[in-house]
Design a protein around this ligand. Structure first.
Ligand SMILES: NC(=O)c1ccc[n+]([C@@H]2O[C@H](COP(=O)([O-])OP(=O)(O)OC[C@H]3O[C@@H](n4cnc5c(N)ncnc54)[C@H](OP(=O)(O)O)[C@@H]3O)[C@@H](O)[C@H]2O)c1
Length: 231
């Protein structure tokens, strides 16, 4: 049974990724900063043939992340798929000229450093997989070739997450660990809002495809709808 860990998975796209991986008979670690919120989603997940574990994991603090990774490694020797999905959007209606340093820092800490520190902490167990995949949930808001003025803290955090993806992909390719970034599309979630055209299934599609079906030779790419797009 393949093992996958998803961050920020108590709602939205992360929760749907968990659901789809359970249907595909994965052993899934649904991680969230408040485990009680994780318990509340069991109905959504329904019956499935996979195995579910709920783990407390706040990606914003190095010590908490390292503790969660140590606990994981005490019980499990291997992790096959890591989905760095946790993210915040704090500055939807802000300008780069006025967005607060507090919002810039918090967004950076969760969206960029969060993904990096979780990847680093879980690297020993990822290295024990024969086909490890790290999937960073990014956004077209971070695409330099189409950069506008919307949500500057969020946008630059996703550009930086894309850079983290490239550097990790280069660093880890000799270990056989495939690292890629995904834009899930504009999806109806708490973050995406009610006007978003995409369903949860749409948002999870490329992430689950990368986890399960994409060739392991696919590395260091920014993907949307299962296809590479410009950075
Ligand atoms: N929805 C879209 O249209 C869209 C578009 C492009 C990219 N994305 C990306 O897709 C990912 C998921 O977005 P979503 O739409 O599903 O958002 P969402 O519904 O707002 O869910 C965000 C998740 O991240 C978690 N989170 C936030 N800070 C965290 C932390 N410090 N530690 C652990 N978990 C934390 C939240 O947990 P709490 O419940 O505890 O707050 C929640 O589970 C994000 O990376 C987002 O940037 C979304």
């Amino acid at each position: 049974m393949k093992r996958a860990l998803v961050t920020g998975a108590n709602r939205g796209i992360g929760l749907e990724v968990v659901r789809q991986l359970l249907v595909r008979e994965y052993e899934v670690f649904l991680t969230c900063r408040n485990p009680q919120k994780g318990e509340q989603v069991l109905d959504f997940l329904g019956d499935s043939t996979g195995q579910l574990h709920i783990i407390e994991l706040d990606v914003s603090e190095e010590e908490l992340v390292n503790k969660a990774a140590r606990r994981f490694a005490e019980r499990y020797d291997r992790l096959d798929v890591l989905v760095n999905n946790a993210g915040v959007l704090l500055d939807r209606s802000e300008s780069i000229l006025s967005v607060s340093e507090a919002d810039l820092n918090e967004t950076w800490n969760i969206n960029v450093l969060g993904a990096l520190r979780v990847t680093r902490a879980f690297l020993p167990v990822l290295r024990n997989s024969e086909d490890a995949r790290v999937i960073n949930v990014s956004s077209l808001a971070g695409q330099l070739s189409s950069m506008g003025v919307w949500a500057p803290a969020y946008s630059l955090s996703k550009t930086a997450l894309n850079a983290v993806t490239c550097i990790l992909a280069n660093e880890l390719s000799s270990d056989g660990i495939a690292v890629n970034a995904v834009s899930p599309g504009w999806i109806k979630t708490d973050m995406g809002g009610l006007d978003a055209p995409g369903t949860l299934e749409d948002g999870a599609d490329t992430i689950v495809w990368l986890a399960e079906e994409a060739p392991s030779s696919l590395v260091g790419q920014f993907l949307r709808d299962r296809k590479s797009v410009p950075w």
